[in-house]
Design a protein around this ligand. Structure first.
Ligand SMILES: Cc1cc2nc3c(=O)[nH]c(=O)nc-3n(C[C@H](O)[C@H](O)[C@H](O)COP(=O)(O)OP(=O)(O)OC[C@H]3O[C@@H](n4cnc5c(N)ncnc54)[C@H](O)[C@@H]3O)c2cc1C
Ligand code: SF4
Ligand code: SF4
Length: 373
């Protein structure tokens, strides 16, 4: 991200949305709305003085609502560009006409309550869609107790808890009472491979659950993990070895069996009921924390964006790419890469991005046309 932020040929239009696209490959016009952030991007140096004074607390989306941010905020510490944004929907000044504390403390005079959305009409030769993923909300799957049992969380919430920049500084404090979670269960395929919710395999969850269980042990030698899986789909290079390493070096217990229900005991501990399909027995185990590996799906708003761009989606909502040209959408000159095409991990997303960049180069400069099947 830093490289992109500094690159002389890359202009990042953050906090912006594409509203329409006209034209054809080599001659598109994209209408882009640059949303008002009420902060002058040229002046703000992300010092944080405004956030320190802002009285209005709002649940922090980036930290999965595990802590609060202020109405004036940085989406996340490493974000590019590093500039504050005022959340108009929660700012006391926009609500009640009084406050403007942020404006008073900002030494760069970057706060601008008069800022308006700007519309840009960009002439572009090609477009790359890279809108990625959102995660499934497991609340409707009441058998897992998410939203009812405090110590049942999602994989993305866990990622924030175990992260040194996250709400607990990387300590696995469980939500109910703030004690350190030592016994952790990971439940796979929550919403994935399920005709009632997402029929596709989310593909990355088997590997990230193993990674997460390893991280728990790296943080705490007493951490003990069980991963309840349908079947492991660790199909990449060295993935099988990674799974074995999890068992041999990190003591992870792999249990083949779909979980039927999670209950809560009187101390707030989640109790996992499952069928051990290898031993053909119904059993239960009590944990400090349960992590649901929820389905990963196309980003919210993908359908609207597809209409704006005039591209087709498949029946799971991912971008339909052309057979033999995996970076090409159904509309010439519009390419796509990463999770918006279907479940892929980071290395695969990065190589798809290179493929899309290559196809863009071929569109812009026909003389670089390379053999492509
Ligand atoms: C809990 C969890 C753990 C994971 N752990 C790992 C791991 O350890 N290793 C690994 O390799 N992979 C992991 N993955 C998978 C990894 O997250 C994906 O492979 C990767 O994020 C895909 O990158 P992407 O750029 O395609 O999409 P994203 O990372 O989702 O980025 C898409 C970007 O597009 C933006 N966007 C969306 N819609 C619009 C729009 N309409 N206009 C403008 N911008 C938009 C989004 O805000 C976002 O910034 C994990 C996934 C999950 C859910
Ligand atoms: S708006 Fe002003 S006070 Fe707030 S982060 Fe930017 S420079 Fe600092
Ligand atoms: S004006 Fe809004 S953003 Fe600024 S300090 Fe007050 S509540 Fe916070």
């Amino acid at each position: 991200m830093l490289d992109a932020g500094r690159h002389p040929n890359i202009e990042i239009l953050a906090y912006s949305e594409v509203e329409s696209v006209k034209g054809r490959a080599g001659a598109f016009t994209a209408k882009v709305r640059r949303k008002a952030r009420f902060i002058n991007e040229e002046l703000c140096n992300a010092c944080g003085d405004c956030m320190a004074k802002c009285p209005r607390k709002v649940p922090d989306d980036f930290d999965m609502h595990l802590r609060d941010r202020r109405a004036v905020y940085l989406y996340f510490a490493q974000g590019i560009p590093a500039v504050a944004t005022i959340d108009k929907d929660h700012c006391t000044y926009f609500e009640k006409g009084k406050c403007r504390l942020c404006e008073r403390v900002c030494q760069k005079e970057a706060v601008d309550f008069e800022q308006k959305d700007k519309i840009l009409n960009l002439s572009v030769d090609a477009i790359v869609v890279a809108t990625g993923l959102d995660v499934f909300d497991p609340t409707p799957m009441t058998q897992y107790g998410y939203g009812r049992i405090k110590n049942v969380i999602t994989g993305l919430e866990y990622e924030r808890l175990i992260n040194a920049t996250g709400p607990t500084g990387g300590h696995l404090y469980r939500p109910s009472d703030g004690t350190l979670a030592k016994k952790v269960a990971y439940i796979q395929c929550v919403g994935s491979r399920d005709l009632n919710y997402c029929k596709h395999c989310s593909s990355v969850c088997c590997m990230y659950a193993i990674k997460d269980a390893m991280l728990a042990r790296e943080h705490d030698v007493e951490a003990n993990s069980h991963i309840f899986h349908t079947d492991f789909r660790n199909v990449g290079k060295w993935f099988q070895e990674y799974e074995q390493k999890g068992k041999d070096l990190y003591g992870i217990n792999y249990v083949r069996g779909r979980v039927g229900e999670v209950q809560e005991d009187k101390d707030g501990n989640p109790v996992v009921w499952y069928e051990d399909t290898q031993k053909r027995e119904v059993k239960s185990l009590t944990f400090d924390l349960v992590v649901l590996s929820v389905a990963a799906m196309p980003a919210k708003g993908s359908e609207e964006l597809a209409k704006i761009l005039g591209i087709e989606l498949d029946d799971s909502g991912f971008v339909r790419v052309r057979a033999g040209e995996p970076a090409d959408t159904s509309r010439p000159g519009i390419f796509s890469c990463g999770f918006c095409n279907g479940p892929v991990d980071i290395p695969e997303s990065v190589s798809q991005a290179s493929a899309a960049a290559m196809r863009v180069a071929e569109t812009i400069l026909p003389q670089v046309k390379v053999a492509s099947g």
